[in-house]
Design a protein around this ligand. Structure first.
Ligand SMILES: [Zn+2]
Length: 437
């Protein structure tokens, strides 16, 4: 592992793309304050010992490397820092960033490589913001999977990526292409995830998994940012939803449903999806379904806040989209509060790409503003997110045996959640990518 990384480093001429330091066989971190274990218990003065990419021990106090019998260890002094696990964002679009100043047709002039190259800076920003893992929900499979592999090889710098690839959507659904004449749509639409009828949706699920999907993203209802006045109600029928969930689960993949309208949310939950994205119109029945199935809500409050702001200043936003923004975005706050009150499982997700990559921690501020405790908000982006990823044995907490994904901030986020907007130190799998100390 170490040899492979060093070889990769030697071949890179741009130091910008390489970690600041490569893990020696052993690394020692002195942590002033730290959240430890599955319960994220606050402890003071702990020493974290890392071998390669794994946490091998956590001891009290600050013993010297000689006392630890690790004289050659690489040492990071975070005695004045608040240390916590690397953050996990369960809803991003790393191949995309919304920019009202860019010609909306620019993408038609570009190749997938343009898209992938532009995404490199989005990935770097996300990692610099302390997000060591992200779940990408609905990106062109020709772009997102090569990016994921490039990060794994160490060719580019970014969070660990879990990706859906193309979303499963009905013809004309939120995940399909809108707003162009038919001849353009026919050429530019990827048919990979478009399906109609239960059998066809089974095919689509098998197809996206064959092409690399770690998770299945479906568009159960209409969406706010698709250029069509088709509302945000249910788009995949009950039998299609059941076929999708059944097929995905047989193939060992979780299903997450983009869903705004109540009927679509509840139908997706009844079909057995593992999580709901957005969940803008939640009702009492939704609460019962969440609590019965143990599904997660990924609230994406930042997406609502971002487009609500944009609609006020961007005269070029198509009417079909602007109308839905004004209608849907203000509903997200009440739905989130309802879910919180009913103790629904909540995992952190920003829909970054709608907002700028690297501002992911703004979601924490909204979660706390609308009623989550600081501790709950941190749990949603660490332990709870790891559970929804199915990665709880590897990620989301600082414990012996887990991946060394470790970040630090100035001051306690338990007292002031905005400290998470200014991450000082980022380690992913034992390698340090940012160190402002
Ligand atoms: Zn999204």
């Amino acid at each position: 592992m170490k040899q492979k990384l060093l070889t990769t480093l030697a071949t890179l001429s741009l130091t910008l793309l390489s970690p600041q330091s490569i893990a020696t066989d052993t690394t020692v971190i002195y942590a002033g304050s730290v959240l430890l274990g599955a319960k994220q218990t606050l402890e003071k003065q702990r020493t974290i010992i890392i071998k390669d990419n794994i946490i091998t021990d956590i001891v009290k106090g600050f013993p010297s490397v000689v006392e630890l019998k690790l004289p050659d260890a690489h040492v990071f002094d975070l005695k004045n820092q608040f240390v916590l696990p690397g953050l996990i964002d369960m809803h991003v679009h790393v191949t995309f960033e919304r920019d009202a100043t860019v010609n909306p047709h620019q993408w038609l002039t570009e190749y997938e490589a343009d898209n992938a190259l532009r995404s490199i800076k989005y990935l770097k920003r996300s990692l610099d913001a302390g997000f060591t893992s992200v779940r990408d929900l609905g990106g062109n499979y020709k772009v997102i999977f090569p990016l994921k592999r490039a990060v794994e090889r160490g060719d580019i710098t970014g969070p660990r990526i879990f990706a859906a690839g193309n979303a499963i959507t009905a013809t004309g659904g939120h995940g399909d292409l809108h707003g162009y004449r038919k001849e353009v749509s026919d050429v530019m639409t990827s048919s990979l995830g478009v399906c109609n009828g239960a059998d066809d949706c089974r095919r689509a699920v098998r197809n996206v998994i064959k092409n690399g999907a770690d998770v299945i993203k479906i568009t159960a209802t209409g969406g706010v940012l698709s250029n069509t006045a088709a509302g945000v109600n249910q788009q995949l029928s009950d039998d299609e939803l059941a076929a999708i969930v059944d097929t995905a689960h047989h193939l060992g993949r979780k299903v997450t449903a983009h869903a705004h309208g109540t009927q679509g949310i509840n139908a997706a939950l009844k079909a057995g999806v593992d999580s709901i994205e957005h969940g803008s119109y939640l009702t009492k029945e939704s609460m019962e379904l969440f609590n019965k199935t143990n599904a997660y809500l990924v609230p994406t409050l930042l997406a609502g806040a971002t487009v609500s702001k944009e609609v006020l200043s961007n005269p070029n936003m198509p009417t079909a989209i602007a109308d839905k923004v004004r209608e849907v975005a203000p509903k997200m706050e009440a739905s989130f509060k309802l879910a919180l009150k009913n103790k629904v499982n909540i995992a952190f997700g920003t829909d970054s790409g709608v907002s700028r990559h690297g501002l992911n921690a703004d979601e924490f501020v909204l979660l706390v503003k609308y009623g989550m405790s600081e501790k709950q908000a941190i749990m949603s982006a660490t332990v709870d997110a790891a559970k929804l990823l199915g990665q709880q044995d590897r990620l989301g907490q600082l414990s012996v045996g887990k991946q060394a994904d470790i970040i630090s901030v100035n001051g306690s986020p338990l007292d002031d959640i905005t400290t998470l907007k200014n991450v000082q130190f980022v380690m992913k799998a034992g390698n340090v990518y940012k160190n402002q100390l």
